[in-house]
Design a protein around this ligand. Sequence first.
Ligand code: ATP
Length: 207
Amino acid sequence: MTYAIGLTGGIGSGKTTVANLFATHGIAIIDTDAIAHSITAPGGAAMPAIRREFGDAFVAPDGSLDRARMREAVFTDDAAKARLEAITHPLIRTECERAAAEADGPYLIFVVPLLVESGTWRARVQRVLVVDCTEETQIARVMSRNRFSREQVQAIMARQATRAQRLAEADDVIDNDAQHAPLEPQVDRLHAAYLRLATQEKGGESA
Ligand code: ATP
């Protein structure tokens, strides 16, 4: 199986930005958020079960998930969230494995925003790479990107792992507080390390 990195980080930490830099090295990026979106798009694999479980009211006229309505329904209702995840998580995992089997390259990266929270991803990846920045930086970025209030961003962050919990799970860390740490050299250095590790592992497998 291809050597796999799990890339994670809190909201607005810069996961997509960092993943795009690895992609410039020709590394396959498998983004669980993008897959979650595609299975709930019109005709998406999750839509029949979502319609059955939650009803027509949660399906937009074009057959996609009514995201605003679902977000509201699950934000404070853990049971509804669990019902939704029981539908989506197995489909996301299947799609990730399909994409991983098709991926070319010496190693691949799964982008998993809730890797630390999920409990099941850790065993699937050889290394966990955390994109880290201060909470203030996260808040400022998401406020400006999403036009959210400070309170809205903080409410989302309160439902995610803390910065310390995430760092405790990290094998590797990218510092993405832009003022003092340019990303490219950090990505280049890790890319070189991952190439070495993936090659070693491959050698070990065939030995
Ligand atoms: P989410 O979890 O919300 O999807 P993310 O972790 O994928 O976010 P990005 O989308 O990469 O984070 O970055 C969040 C925002 O911050 C974007 O608008 C991005 O352009 C900006 N950003 C990320 N890193 C930097 C940086 N080093 N310098 C300036 N802006 C940055």
